[in-house]
Ligand binder design. Structure first.
Ligand code: UDP
Length: 246
């Protein structure tokens, strides 16, 4: 059996990733595929925490542009992540993976409250823990949640599954000449304003030495490749500036 490079991971799934080609809402087939891929790394003995976004349903910033109070709009966004978390839990349980959803906003009828020590215990017992409702605070994102939970559970890495297959120096959809970075420092992400994650999340990762692998979810098997340490997408780590392109 191949040996994983990373033994304890936070997998960040954006809401968009769950929407597939639709771009909004949930695509059950896509959710099933992701669950199958998570099972593959779980079967390798990797401890998996998942932070799920909500952008496929609602984003706070978009809500506030419609005139809704920003904090209220953000709470709506956090609730959207709970919907995604439940969908993911259902798909994971259907492929035989034991899971727990922990939510940063208490709602005991549907999920456990987030309790760090209990989350760690679940991971030790081989359960996949899905972290819902972001940090529980408005004005944050689920990228920051991924950084925070990774620090809290002492994850070896954040695996950031995206629609694009890594970090580019410009938008690859608009610029055919766009170059993909193989490796970057967090300082580069911050200084160059690269669209990897927001600056709060990047700072938290940099200050706590949490590496990040950004890769595309559309290629089947990529979650496993990332866990095995294969060079896919872009690796972000350290403080040093030292970007290398493909
Ligand atoms: N959100 C928040 N606090 C958090 C995490 C999320 O207020 O700690 C809200 C915010 O409004 C955000 C929405 O939840 O727009 C959905 O999360 P995000 O945009 O990070 O989802 P993704 O882009 O990963 O789908």
């Amino acid at each position: 059996m191949p040996q994983p490079k990373y033994k304890q991971v936070i997998l960040k799934l954006s809401g968009e990733a769950l929407a597939g080609e639709r771009g909004f809402g949930l695509d059950p087939a896509v959710v099933r595929t992701i669950a199958q891929e998570v099972k593959e790394i779980h079967d390798l003995g990797v401890k998996v925490g998942i932070v799920v976004g909500g952008g496929n349903i609602w984003r706070g910033v978009a809500g506030s542009e419609m005139g809704i109070d920003r904090a209220t709009a953000d709470y709506m966004g956090m609730l959207a992540t709970v919907i995604n978390a439940l969908a993911l839990q259902d798909a994971l349980e259907k492929v035989g993976v034991d899971t727990r959803v922990q939510t940063a906003i208490e709602m005991r009828a549907v999920a456990e409250p987030y309790i760090r020590r209990r989350a760690v215990r679940h991971l030790e017992k081989g359960r996949v823990v899905i972290f819902a409702a972001g940090t529980g605070n408005p004005y944050f994102t689920t990228d920051t949640t991924a950084a925070l939970r990774a620090a809290e559970i002492e994850a070896d890495v954040i695996l950031m599954a995206k629609r694009v297959d890594g970090v580019y120096d410009s938008d690859p959809h608009k610029n055919p000449e766009a170059k993909k970075f193989r490796e970057l420092g967090y300082i580069d992400v911050l200084n160059q304003g690269l669209g990897v994650m927001d600056s709060t999340a990047a700072s938290l990762c940099m200050d706590n030495d949490i590496p990040l692998v950004v890769f595309g979810l559309s290629t089947p098997g990529n979650i496993k490749r990332a866990v095995l340490g294969e060079e896919i997408g872009t690796f972000v780590g350290g403080e040093q500036s030292g970007n290398r392109s493909h």
